[in-house]
Unconditional design. Structure first.
Length: 376
């Protein structure tokens, strides 16, 4: 009996020691909780820098969309009987309703001055069932709301923000539009009849970066750059790369980071308007990638090779592709990774399992996290 008791005590001591030394991270991995895995098989060699999670907080239900330039507020989407846009104050940790609508909200971004929010909204004709989308702006105090796009326009879901409070979007007329909250607009006709899916604006270069279907193959989406020339209202697009599924622009460095699909794998690549070709950063199985606000690093999501799971872990790497560090365990991420403008802090949303939600509802239960990290 004493020998048995001694073995139990010894086992408890070993487990306790491992528990303390590992910080619970390698022994117990909660489902869909952002903990660091130091023994993940993707990380094949130790990095010269060390990363630690300072804290993670469950902010609020909803899917995060954007953050203010001050970093004090984020935009969240929530769904239920209606479609809601909420704002969350990260200092006061307070959620506030912004828009409540019976129309599906597709995406939302703060304007340049954080004075209001632009958002895309899907419209369905009750008689024909035809679907269109429009761009709307509401000031941050919810005193003024304006429809920015024209009634005859069907706009893209993914739009960008210009340098003077403008919104940048593409419509079904093969045009890219720069418009402000007062209704002033500049319309550019894109040559070659591209079907544009997502568009953004490079401030210093005065040009547009967009993803569009390949005119020769509608199943392929390519990345293009179209500079604004003099006073011309016509845009001639330059091919940056074929088979691109997502991109992000860093406003400080005017660089573009994008995910190129190679078939069985993807490549993270960067490009500048002054470069003839893009630069490969890493090859693997990636979902999204974006620069940190200072442009020094790239935050990206990555799935585990040979896994049937759709879960992705979050990583961070130097802008030159060196020093990859893993931020989280694999998660069912269903949002962009939103970087704080001047802190080592991320916001992202994770799909949660719920037995009370029917798949036929078309609604997903999501939880947004705030994750603070430190790189030594």
């Amino acid at each position: 009996m004493k020998k048995t008791l001694s073995k139990v005590i010894l086992l408890c001591f070993i487990v306790s020691t491992l528990f303390v030394s590992s910080g619970c991270q390698n022994l117990f991995v909660p489902t869909n909780v952002p903990v660091v895995l130091h023994n993940d098989p993707i990380l094949t060699r130790p990095a010269p820098s060390q990363l630690s999670i300072q804290s993670y907080t469950m902010v609020s239900p909803g899917v995060v969309q954007d953050i203010t330039n001050s970093g004090n507020n984020i935009i969240l989407f929530t769904t239920g009987t209606t479609y809601n846009i909420d704002t969350y104050n990260t200092d006061a940790m307070q959620l506030s309703p912004f828009v409540n609508s019976d129309k599906m909200v597709l995406s939302a971004l703060y304007d340049t001055y954080d004075a209001g929010i632009y958002y895309a909204e899907k419209l369905t004709d009750p008689l024909t069932g035809n679907e269109d989308s429009q761009i709307i702006w509401s000031d941050i105090n919810k005193n003024t709301t304006r429809v920015i796009s024209l009634p005859e326009e069907n706009v893209t879901r993914y739009f960008g923000i210009g340098d003077s409070g403008q919104v940048v979007y593409a419509n079904n007329n093969n045009q890219i539009v720069l418009a402000n909250s007062d209704g002033d607009r500049q319309v550019y006709d894109v040559l070659n009849n591209y079907n544009i899916l997502a568009v953004d604006y490079i401030y210093a270069e005065k040009g547009f970066v967009f993803i569009a279907t390949d005119p020769r193959n509608e199943e392929r989406t390519n990345l293009y750059y179209a500079p604004i020339k003099d006073d011309s209202s016509e845009l001639s697009a330059i091919l940056i790369s074929e088979n691109v599924k997502s991109f992000d622009i860093n406003d400080l460095t005017n660089q573009v980071v994008f995910i190129k699909n190679n078939g069985d794998s993807q490549t993270i690549r960067t490009w500048k308007t002054t470069a003839a070709n893009s630069t490969g950063i890493a090859t693997g199985h990636y979902g999204t990638a974006r620069f940190t606000p200072n442009g020094d690093r790239i935050v990206f999501t990555q799935s585990t090779p040979d896994s049937d799971s759709q879960a992705e872990s979050i990583w961070i790497v130097d802008a030159n592709g060196k020093n990859p560090l893993q931020l989280t365990a694999p998660l069912n991420i269903n949002s962009q990774i939103i970087c704080h403008p001047y802190k080592s802090e991320l916001f992202f949303s994770v799909e949660k399992n719920s037995d009370s939600i029917s798949p036929s509802d078309g609604h997903t239960v999501s939880q947004t996290y705030q994750l603070i990290y430190k790189i030594n």
